[in-house]
Design a protein around this ligand. Structure first.
Ligand code: BGC
Length: 360
């Protein structure tokens, strides 16, 4: 675990604000944005992220990557977010390649479809860093992510242990991630590895298109109608889908809210955990992931070969360790790590719940 860095969250917010003022359309009319170093020897690096409904990308991944990369040299970052649209991401990649990027850091909407992006980049001698989600291509130069199967194991273990302890093992539903995201398959595999042998019935299971919280909510509402009280737990693959599921439970007036899992340690999820609406989330230290990606991009741009920490499916890789978060270890995880301050979490609405949880 890293040393506490209490200023990180504020810094991230400040950086987003700065990045917002630097937005510029590229000459070919695409919506790629560039944060410009401006100098003559500036090297262009592409950063393509998949969506913006999950808060991590714009609040952490992007600013942390940009900040680190700019500390390493004179770089211009060609940035675009695909809003979970694979075709749009394809165009953004083409546009970034046309702009002359030297390295492409790509978090794909669709891991299989993104193979053609990796092909085009490779044909132009542009190394491709597969960021967080795996691109299904042998043209990937380096892969940086977390141990994603372990994310699912943490979620499944937390849920099974909690239901067993509460004696509420009548059945759970599973809200998985997007079927086009290779990570979603890993989360699901890890969760099943714990839930299946537990004997707790899986009443129904759903792969959420686009990781959409709205679709998760709609599907969960239907399951609540169908299964009623038999549904004693909800596996949700991330905090966005967890938020959708919890909204559905609240709309149905079911009390108490069954234990719901999540992932990303989004601020809203941490607040729901403090308030008792969500049981757990998984904290992934995005700062380490984004900064490693910046280092790797820098090395590749300089013509160096990054030293891998491990390999994943034969690709030189860095795989970071996810951490389980419940109300009992918010302080030791996201706060001590500088991801949030107590003030970020404990706004007026959550003051009482925070005091009860010992957060102050
Ligand atoms: C990421 C998660 C994220 C999800 C939805 C996954 O690939 O690993 O952190 O919640 O995509 O964007």
């Amino acid at each position: 675990m890293r040393k506490p860095r209490k200023k990180l969250a504020l810094l991230a917010v400040a950086l987003i604000a700065t990045a917002g003022t630097l937005t510029a359309c590229t000459s070919n009319g695409s919506d790629a944005e560039s944060t410009d170093g401006g100098g003559g020897d500036t090297i262009k690096i592409g950063l393509l992220l998949p969506e913006s409904k999950t808060t991590r990308y714009e609040s952490f991944d992007r600013p942390l990557f940009e900040e680190k990369l700019k500390s390493l040299g004179d770089y211009e970052i060609i940035y675009a977010n695909a809003d979970q649209d694979a075709a749009k991401q394809q165009q953004q990649a083409e546009s970034a390649l046309t702009e002359g990027i030297k390295v492409l850091v790509l978090d794909p909407v669709d891991g299989a479809a993104a193979a053609s992006i990796a092909e085009s980049a490779s044909a132009q001698d542009v190394p491709v860093v597969s960021y967080d989600r795996l691109i299904k291509s042998d043209k990937v130069t380096y892969y940086i992510s977390f141990d994603n199967e372990q994310v699912g194991v943490l979620q499944g273990t937390a849920l099974v242990d909690r239901l067993t302890k509460d004696g509420t093992t009548t059945g759970l539903i599973m809200i998985n991630g997007s079927p086009t995201d290779a990570n979603a398959a890993e989360f699901k595999k890890g969760a099943h590895s714990v839930i299946d042998p537990s004997g707790i019935p899986i009443l129904a299971e759903y792969d959420t298109p686009d990781w959409s919280p709205d679709k998760a909510q709609e599907w969960a509402a239907g399951q609540i109608t169908q299964f009623g009280d038999e549904m004693s737990g909800i596996y949700a693959a991330n905090d966005g889908t967890a938020g959708g599921a919890i909204a559905a439970v609240k709309a149905a007036g079911t009390e108490p809210i069954p234990p719901v899992t999540g992932q990303d340690a989004e601020l809203a999820a941490i607040q729901r955990i403090v308030a008792g609406d969500q049981y757990m989330t998984v904290y992934k230290a995005i700062k380490l992931e984004a900064e490693r990606a910046a280092e790797v991009a820098h090395q590749l741009a300089q013509g160096d070969t990054p030293e891998p920490d491990t390999t994943f499916q034969d690709i030189p890789s860095t795989l970071l360790t996810p951490v389980m978060v419940t109300v009992d270890n918010i302080q030791e995880t996201v706060i001590d790590d500088g991801f949030y301050t107590v003030d970020d979490i404990c706004t007026a609405e959550y003051a009482d719940a925070c005091a009860k949880a010992g957060l102050q």
